[in-house]
Write a protein that binds this ligand. Sequence first.
Ligand code: GLY
Ligand code: MN
Ligand code: MN
Length: 440
Amino acid sequence: MNTLDSSYFQQRRDRLAQQMGANSIAIIATSPQVYRNRDADYKYRADSSFYYLTGFAEPEAVAVIETFSSGQDYRYVLFCRERDRQMEIWNGYRAGLEGAVEQYMADEAVAIDDLDEEILTLLSNKDQLFYRLGHDAAFDARVSQWLKQVDAKQRQGGGSPAKIIQLDRLVDEMRLIKSAEEIELMQIASTISAKAHTRAMQMVRPGMMEYALEAELNYVFGQHGCVPSYNSIVGGGANACILHYVENNQVLNDGDLVLIDAACEYQCYASDITRTFPVNGKFSGEQKALYEIVLKAQLAAIHATQVGHHYRYPHEVASRILTEGLLDLGLLKGELNELVETEAYRDFYMHGTGHWLGMDVHDVGAYKQDQQWRAYEAGMVVTVEPGLYIAPDLEGIDDRWKGIGIRIEDDVVVTKDGPRILTHEVVKTVEDIEHLMSQG
Ligand code: GLY
Ligand code: MN
Ligand code: MN
């Protein structure tokens, strides 16, 4: 298994502490446990930024980083659950306070039950508080309460930080640029996800249910100890035109395409892949014509994902090619430049061409700087996912095009040598898809 070790997480805390400046404190809580329904909880997934800084995957944990007036060094305190034999018999292993220090390199570990009391001393007399306001209303309320309590003790020499700064501003920028080690984990997630798509192409048959095809994807994820990084979309025929279709409960019909947008996460790093292929293994003339346009747009947009180009440039490239293709097929009428400028393609292509990808499928990081689209830098990872969707009720369109939805999505690392595709292991040309599907 490929994992980041505890010193790797420490290096991230080092970098954060350096940016915080002297006499400051950062507080970051992990996600609360969420119940699906009475007594049954969702499988726990730590908050991405919390995990990024700690490597600690248990629920009920809060990390505190404090810097001192000297500006030198910092202290990392991890509040977590204490070991508890009874609770561990029912719910599993806990690192406990000893484990927090020994395995997770905390300078000090404190029981989470003591947080409300212990945090007051830590907050007292600091100049700046770095905190992620707006993630969890209940936790925000607790922080407000702590600040009030610290201020109430002012006459005894206390006082809350004068400045409160969004911690996300620092952590999101750190997360946006991926290291070689992180890209390796994303490559593993992508390789497993590519295998799942390949299996889906091999297993699909007319008459199968969409959820049965989803089960083939889940089989591959599960075989590698992974879970989906988002709800899988398996949309046959016109369901592919519903961008966030997740019901996956219809029959896959002979003659239709199926759009699968599904991928897994590995060690908290996500992949995000879409492929569209014929349920019976052979594209019809109309399906092929539209597919080739989307593929051409996707290849050009990937090529446009270069250091120095602005974030939106691949979208501009893709939109132009899609518009050209729609003009050629007679689905749009008019003058190319004007159609591009007025975004006439939006009836057929209504989403962006990509987003940051990392620990979250729609990963963190600002898209604009000084109100301008920011430029790609080496180490950024972005999806490239153009599509065309001819809704069944779109007016003024020949019936033969209606109900066809196509998207092709790959994950791309920006490198100084050009785009590196993490998800290349699943085929995407008409020829390769038909060849693969004819083998089964
Ligand atoms: N799978 C989510 C997305 O493509 O944005
Ligand atoms: Mn995506
Ligand atoms: Mn996707």
